[in-house]
Ligand binder design. Structure first.
Ligand SMILES: [Zn+2]
Length: 155
């Protein structure tokens, strides 16, 4: 695994442990070249998913992007970060088990809304209000950028 700080390829694993209720393995890594420390997660990938945007473009599914949008919706909400990880993993497992490799971005949005509705109403409303506009918009990138908090950063 390449060091994200200095680019050295020869990094060491210092510690491995289960995370997210054994859905992932969390590894603490150390770079002997620059002393940098970083964390990687290993997860089962049942299949390579492709997102079909409403304009027909295809894009590799990006778990991090999905997670970002969920975290933005949940910003400053009293939800345990571990719970958010589990929710995102659950969403990804649902997508992977749908039996299709190609998944419309609309379907992803709907599954995210369902999941959010179960854990936090405010986050659900935030996400859903952006999602409504999003249906007329073109892609998930735009969706995520519209999810940026509209409230001032300081509360
Ligand atoms: Zn390094």
């Amino acid at each position: 695994m390449r060091c994200p700080f200095c680019g050295n390829i020869d990094t060491q694993v210092k510690d491995s442990r289960p995370a997210e209720d054994h859905v992932a393995i969390r590894r603490r890594r150390f770079c002997p070249a620059c002393g940098g420390r970083f964390t990687t997660y290993e997860r089962v990938q049942l299949r390579d998913l492709v997102v079909i945007k409403s304009n027909g473009r295809r894009e590799d599914f990006d778990r991090d992007k999905l997670e970002r949008s969920v975290r933005i919706a949940l910003q400053k909400r009293p939800v345990d970060p571990e719970r958010i990880d589990q929710m995102v993993s659950g969403i990804v497992r649902r997508l992977e088990s749908m039996g299709e490799t190609d998944i419309p971005s609309k379907t992803i949005g709907e599954i995210v809304m369902e999941a959010l509705a179960r854990i936090d109403t405010v986050a659900y409303v935030r996400f859903a209000s952006v999602y409504k506009n999003f249906q007329a918009a073109d892609d998930f990138d735009k969706f995520v950028s519209e999810l940026r908090p509209s409230a001032p950063a300081e509360e």
